[in-house]
Design a protein around this ligand. Structure first.
Ligand code: ADP
Length: 501
């Protein structure tokens, strides 16, 4: 039995190969960035061959660096940037167009048309998603409509569609396997998460032939084999990055939640084997599911500007030199002196939904300086996360008692303490912060008998626990100040020029 599980993590900007041992500890890792392509403002593409080459490259580099043989690698797990759409030729493996990346806004007008057709409720009910250009459906339709000859080839059954996991799997199995997992399928806006099948009506609406669609399997499943020096290694776990992180954080029961504090924040709450639908803009999505298990679901909410507000302090204001300095300056004062920063640079998401909102700093006095502003910025990350946590609780009735954290900004102890204080819950930071890759490794190791579920319970080591320390009065005052700041944002965004003067 091989000693290691190899996790392949194809993110939005870089590919990583990470080797995990039986204890779920990182043995070694190789990472490489790959190029982004911006053909027009708001458009984002990647070269599918670069995606594969970067992923294959880091995998081979890791194998060479550790002098591994195929016998050392028990199984391979894949996790990936979600929603990104790739179409390629079944016979040659050549992509018909670049990958259209999840961030790409080119299909926003198409989304407006679909909304105007009144499909919002149907799409939410079937797919759990809001109609948005992020998801794969309109990206696939765009390639079929705009790249010459592609629609005819698709209709002749010559083409395959895949999200990044599917593309990597197809390549790594030499074209033998065209499949995806439920968590990735649930981000396409074409997958009925209630019936666990592609939805023929939605496929027809977007003009996408069913023959292009990958087979959908559970996340922990032996999909196929990658042959290394003549020896087959099972590819036995796949999940989209956020769901992989949820699984890597061992959140597998209703109410168990994780927040990833990256550029933005991604908060997922497991809701067991029942999909819970939100009226306030949270997404319903499939959580990583094991072979033989009933389909698992999660609610997802995101904060557009999370760690990015710290980058803004650094790059636009020059208040700090490194992101980690934020903790030092914010700790020099015990509060912000009544100042609140709402980093609504690109509008506000759930539960506020205001695309016209803009960044706002309120409550300043002559005493407001760098320390207070840096502190207000950190607080804003915790407040925004708290708004989503509160919404999840309100909409499901499920209390969240522990929040598992990861991502770059989760290293900030002060921020984690703020989260525990504002949300009145326990914040748990795991020893292995690479939850995404760890989740993919767990999925791959479970389906091949490398680990049992009981083994995984033992591997989850904690780095630090943060418990609430703020009095009720202090918390209520803080949250009420934040709500007041949001009202100030609203006053700005909804200002009617005709009333001026
Ligand atoms: P992504 O995967 O979105 O690129 P990462 O998980 O690498 O993000 O986290 C990077 C983000 O976290 C950046 O926005 C950075 O400003 C923020 N960040 C990193 N370290 C800290 C810290 N110690 N305190 C606050 N923010 C931090």
């Amino acid at each position: 039995m091989g000693k290691y599980i190899l996790a392949l993590d194809e993110g939005t900007t870089s590919a990583r190969a990470i080797l995990f041992d039986r204890n779920g500890c990182i043995v070694d890792m190789v990472q490489r960035e790959f190029p982004q392509i911006y053909p027009h403002p708001g458009w984002v593409e990647q070269d599918p061959m670069e995606i594969y080459a970067s992923q294959y490259g880091v995998m081979m580099e890791l194998i060479a660096k550790r002098s591994l043989t195929a016998a050392d690698i028990h199984a391979i797990g894949i996790t990936n940037q979600r929603e990104t759409a790739i179409i390629w030729d079944k016979a040659t493996g050549i992509p018909v167009y670049n990958a259209i990346v999840w961030q790409c806004r080119r299909t926003a007008p198409m989304c407006e048309e679909i909304k105007a057709e009144g499909l919002t409720d149907e799409i939410r009910r079937k797919t759990g998603l809001l109609i948005d250009a992020y998801f794969s459906a309109t990206k696939i339709a765009w390639i079929l409509d705009n790249v010459e000859g592609v629609r005819e080839r698709a209709e002749r059954g010559e083409l395959c569609f895949g999200t990044v996991d599917t593309w990597l799997l197809w390549r790594l199995t030499d074209g033998a396997v065209h499949a995806t997992d439920v968590s990735n399928a649930s981000r396409t806006m074409l997958y009925d998460i209630n019936r666990c099948d592609w939805d023929d009506e939605l496929l027809a609406r977007f003009g996408i032939p069913r023959s292009m669609m990958p087979k959908v399997e559970m996340s922990s499943h032996i999909y196929g084999y990658h042959t290394l020096n003549g020896t087959p290694i099972p590819i036995s776990g796949i999940a989209g990055d956020q769901q992989a992180a949820l699984f890597g954080q061992r959140c597998t029961h209703p109410g168990e939640s994780k927040n990833t504090y990256g550029t933005g924040c991604f908060l997922l709450m497991h809701t067991g084997n029942t999909p819970r639908f939100s009226d306030n803009g949270l997404l319903t999505t499939m959580a990583a599911t094991l072979d033989g298990q009933a389909p698992q679901y999660a609610l997802e909410g995101s904060v557009f500007v999370g760690g990015a507000v710290i980058q803004w302090l650094r790059d636009a204001l020059g208040l700090i030199r490194d992101a980690e300095d934020s903790e030092y300056f914010a700790s020099k004062v015990s509060d912000t002196g009544g100042a609140y920063l709402v980093p609504a640079f690109t509008g506000l998401g759930a539960p506020h939904w205001d695309m016209y909102a803009r960044g706002t700093l309120v409550g300043m006095t002559r005493a407001t300086g760098r320390n207070q502003i840096v502190r207000a910025a950190l607080e804003s990350i915790a407040y925004q996360t708290n708004d989503i946590l509160a919404l999840m609780h309100e909409e499901t009735g499920i209390p969240i008692t522990t929040l598992n954290v990861d991502g770059g900004a989760s290293a900030n102890n002060l921020l984690m303490q703020m989260q525990a204080d504002f949300s009145e819950l326990t914040v748990r930071r795991p020893a292995v912060r690479e939850s995404t890759a760890l989740g993919a490794a767990y999925l791959a190791g479970l389906s091949t008998g490398f680990w049992t579920n009981e083994d995984l319970e033992k591997t989850a080591e904690t780095d630090r626990i943060f418990t609430p320390e703020l009095s009720d009065d202090a918390r209520n005052a803080a949250l009420s100040g934040w709500r007041r700041a949001l009202r100030a944002v609203k006053a700005w965004s909804s200002f009617d020029e005709t009333e001026e003067g």
